[in-house]
Design a protein around this ligand. Structure first.
Ligand SMILES: C[S@@+](CC[C@H](N)C(=O)[O-])C[C@H]1O[C@@H](n2cnc3c(N)ncnc32)[C@H](O)[C@@H]1O
Length: 250
């Protein structure tokens, strides 16, 4: 069922199905994370980007955009031709269009996609104002992380902001170290030390900062190409992502 038609019973079944399954399982919601948090994990990316200044005329690259749980909000917000996604599993995008977004929004907003599994961010032939990689480096071994970070500065200008997450020592759960993992690890996660993330970013010419923005399982980072565009302590204190009235995220 594509969510576009159906009796009330069928619609109810569809809604129940979207909440079912374990992270990593084969439906477009569960594949990208806990299906019960699909809404929240999309909204929090959109909130973070707009808090940090994303406006409708900006360009936005979503690395590992999955089933567009954030992408559907960003697409709606941006002017046409501003949203770019990289996603090796393009069935996720097809299912999101069928069940969440609709072909009309795609036609109007003209997003562009690449199926690269090698973080070929330069393949679109342009730089981006915002680059997002939510729960991507939670799945990369150390070398893959280093190689992909090295490709990012080429698609950034002085004021671009690169926002990404990683599992670090600030997060709960016992995960293997990224340094002992190779390539893409999924649906399991690997962990880094914050210091390691900073150092690898610095080696590629990026200045990274850990953000206090709320994430239920990972740590948010913001990286820029110029030291002077790092956030001040005062700005950092405002980037909290506080979640109110939802007991799941106390
Ligand atoms: C945990 S999901 C996160 C999806 C999305 N960023 C979000 O927050 O909804 C990880 C995504 O990375 C995609 N992926 C797998 N291999 C990848 C690669 N080599 N480069 C980029 N993305 C990849 C997966 O297909 C999946 O959609």
């Amino acid at each position: 069922m594509d969510g576009s038609a159906g009796t009330p019973g069928e619609l109810e079944q569809f809604v129940e199905k979207t909440k079912a399954g374990r992270p990593g399982e084969g439906n477009y919601r569960a594949y990208v994370g806990p299906p019960g948090q699909y809404d929240f994990m999309g909204a929090t990316q959109f909130r973070l980007a707009t808090t940090l200044g994303l406006r409708e005329d900006h360009s936005y690259l979503d690395i590992g955009c999955g089933s567009l749980r954030a992408g559907k909000l960003v697409l709606q917000y941006l002017l046409p031709g501003r949203y770019f996604g990289i996603e090796p599993n393009d069935w996720l995008i097809d299912e999101a269009v069928a069940s969440e977004i609709g072909a009309d929004l795609f036609r109007i907003k003209q997003p562009r996609f690449s199926q690269s599994a090698e973080f070929e961010v330069a393949s679109f032939g342009q730089k981006f104002d915002f680059i997002m990689a939510q729960s991507i480096f939670s799945h990369t071994g150390l070398e893959m992380f280093r190689d992909s970070i090295a490709k990012i500065p080429a698609v950034m200008h002085d004021q671009s902001q690169f926002l990404f997450t990683a599992v670090t020592e600030h997060d709960t759960g016992r995960m293997p170290r990224a340094s002992g993992a190779e390539g893409w690890v999924y649906p399991g996660c690997v962990r880094f030390r914050v210091r390691e993330v900073m150092r690898i970013c610095r080696e590629s010419g990026l200045f990274a900062q850990a953000l206090p923005w709320f994430h239920p399982r990972q740590t948010w980072f913001r990286a820029v190409t110029k030291r002077r565009f790092r956030l001040s302590e005062e700005q950092l204190a405002q980037v909290s992502g506080t979640v109110m009235f939802d007991p799941r995220f106390k």
